[in-house]
Design a protein around this ligand. Structure first.
Ligand code: 13P
Length: 251
């Protein structure tokens, strides 16, 4: 199996003002002070800070990502942001299909797939999020729910273009709860099997599968050492440089 360099992405969500760039400067200081991190590090700030994060992060190897994009390249969509605009601001990644957008903006798998296609078209690497609700996990349908979300959310273009999958159980986001190591291992193995089935073994094994949902300094090492966990998508703990750096160093 291909060894994938792990990727740790911080999702700042709707948090961050100009002074938050001090936290980014501190992260850059920590990352350049010791041994070079083994992970690819991405910070996804709110769109207002994207250009600044991209510019400021460049010298320390911190990459920038958007949190969402529109399906269209331009047009009459007040308040929306096109993938090309994110790329123009310096982004290399964009999160699509986060459960907070699926729930809060009624985004469907079809829309998520169209957003991922738009991102690829703009030269970005989409981070496609999937996750089951607590009721779905309790009902024993988590793996089939995720398989269906992935089948419909990942575009065929994934065959030739880089993208990332993020498994984020909805009930683990912002709750301090995480699935057991066995449950994460089983889900990531099932996602891997689905990718290999759809794209063949070489391509399917070259796609990173991130875990997200209450990844914290105290549990990162254990989660990141699970087979088929190729990194993390970190919410709350990415807002503090010290915590985020601890997670990055856990790789
Ligand atoms: P938390 O790490 O705050 O649980 O958030 C996870 C998440 O939603 C990242 O996209």
């Amino acid at each position: 199996m291909t060894t994938l360099s792990p990727l740790i992405a911080g999702n700042w969500k709707m948090n961050g003002l100009t002074h938050s760039l001090d936290e980014l400067a501190e992260l850059a200081r920590l990352m350049t002070a010791g041994a070079a991190p083994r992970a690819v590090v991405v910070v996804c700030p709110p769109a207002t800070l994207l250009a600044a994060v991209a510019a400021q992060g460049a010298s320390s190897g911190i990459l920038a990502g958007g949190q969402d994009c529109h399906t269209d390249a331009s047009g009459a969509h007040t308040g929306d942001i096109a993938a090309g605009m994110l790329a123009d601001a310096g982004a290399q990644f964009v999160i699509v299909g986060h459960s907070e957008r699926r729930a809060g903006h009624s985004e469907t798998d079809d829309e998520v797939r169209a957003k991922a296609e738009a991102a690829i078209g703009a030269g970005l690497k989409p981070i496609i999020c999937v996750g089951e609700t607590e009721a779905e996990r309790d009902a024993g349908t988590a793996e089939s729910v995720i398989a269906a979300q992935l089948a419909a959310s990942i575009p065929d273009a994934a065959e030739q273009h880089e993208l990332v999958v993020a498994y984020e159980p909805v009930w683990a986001i912002g709750t301090g709860r995480t699935p057991s190591v066995e449950d994460i291992a089983a889900m990531h193995a099932s996602i891997r099997a689905g990718l290999v089935e759809r794209f063949g073994s070489e391509r399917g094994e070259s796609i990173r599968i991130l875990y997200g949902g209450s990844m914290k300094p105290h549990n990162a090492r254990e989660i990141l050492s699970i087979e088929n966990v190729n990194g993390g998508l970190v919410g709350g703990a990415s807002l503090l440089a010290k915590d985020f750096y601890t997670i990055i160093s856990a790789v």
